[in-house]
Design a protein around this ligand. Structure first.
Ligand code: AP5
Length: 295
């Protein structure tokens, strides 16, 4: 492992910025910004500190180059997240992508973009979405496949949200050569889901997800611009739940060996801590030398 002699090993190991680099050094800790990023300089005068920081930056830059080239040889993370309507998939995806820098691909968002654009696919999709039914595979499968094939997804890794929702969608994905490392299932009791859907609001400017009770907007300006999804009514969410319940088992059975079930009824930070731990374990396994991954 490349290391900088001026940094504590704990500093280097505590901030993985890239999913495939548990010891990534790209972000140089700034002692002015973070008291926890402790730098172990040998002397305290300002000049000594600056020159130590300069040397450290140079060493760091070299280390970054080495690690970046090592990272390229590693496969990026490929994660699926699933769960009933309003189980918290989108909320967790915001947290996961901000830490792990994966490309978030949400089938529902791709479809809503088509609806908003008024395309032929969008018009057809809306009919199904309004009834809480699955949009036909002819529309969804290629849409997701195309997004997964974009260079950013290939390079950074992906976080697929709300796909696959049927065994035919899962099979199609596999046939295109997309195999996830982990399948996260958020489990939330049904009675909580309706309440979450009805109170959900979206910020069209930042794309952030809010809830009028559980995650209210930070200020009046944001509150005034929040919008509601056309399928976020009690009547429609019940139909969406029915569709989910009809399909979930067939999808789960295809990913049993890589599934992590998480209690999604807990506060979002607690849910994220569990997912974060699963992802960290996965990264360690992927980075472990061949023959030691199962240890
Ligand atoms: P889609 O957009 O995927 O909707 P969904 O699956 O119903 O899921 P949601 O987006 O409603 O919920 P979420 O789990 O992301 O929850 P969120 O984080 O927002 O799909 C819409 C439609 O498109 C489908 O019905 C279908 O017609 C079609 N479609 C999509 N994918 C398809 C596919 N593969 N094939 C065919 N058709 C497809 O959270 C919800 C609320 O709860 C928020 O207000 C949030 O603030 C709050 N919240 C979240 N977590 C917590 C927590 N831990 N505690 C308290 N509140 C929380």
């Amino acid at each position: 492992m490349a290391s900088c002699p001026y940094l504590n090993s704990s500093t280097m190991l505590s901030k993985p910025k890239h999913p495939n680099a548990s010891f990534c050094l790209h972000e140089f800790p700034n002692p002015q910004h973070s008291s926890s990023s402790s730098l172990s300089f040998s002397a305290s005068p300002v000049a000594t500190v600056s020159s130590a920081r300069r040397r450290c930056r140079q060493t760091n830059r070299r280390s970054s180059l080495i690690l970046a080239s090592m990272d390229k040889s590693r496969e990026p993370l490929k994660i699926m997240i699933s769960g009933a309507p309003a189980s918290g998939k989108g909320t967790q995806c915001e947290l996961i992508t901000s830490k792990y820098d994966l490309v978030h691909i949400a089938a529902g968002d791709l479809l809503r973009a088509e609806v908003a654009a008024g395309s032929a696919n969008g018009k057809q999709a809306k009919e199904y979405m309004e009834k809480g039914q699955l949009v036909p595979d002819e529309i969804v499968v290629m849409m997701v496949k195309d997004r997964l094939s974009q260079p950013d997804s290939t390079e950074k890794g992906w976080l697929l949200d709300g796909y696959p929702r049927s065994s035919s969608q899962a099979t199609a994905l596999q046939s295109f050569g997309f195999h996830p490392d982990l399948f996260i299932l958020l489990e939330v009791p049904q009675e909580i889901l309706v309440d979450r859907v009805v109170g959900r609001r979206l910020d069209p400017v930042t794309g952030r997800i809010y809830h009028l009770t559980y995650s209210p907007p930070e200020n009046e300006e944001i509150a005034a611009r929040l919008t509601q999804r056309f399928d976020d009514t009690e009547e429609k969410v019940k139909l969406r739940l029915q569709t989910h319940n009809q399909n979930v088992e067939s999808v789960l059975s295809m990913f049993e060996d890589i599934t992590v079930k998480v209690d999604g009824s807990l506060p979002k930070e607690v849910v994220f801590a569990k997912i974060d731990s699963a992802l960290s374990n996965l990264i360690h396994q992927k980075n472990a030398p061949i023959g030691t991954a199962a240890a």
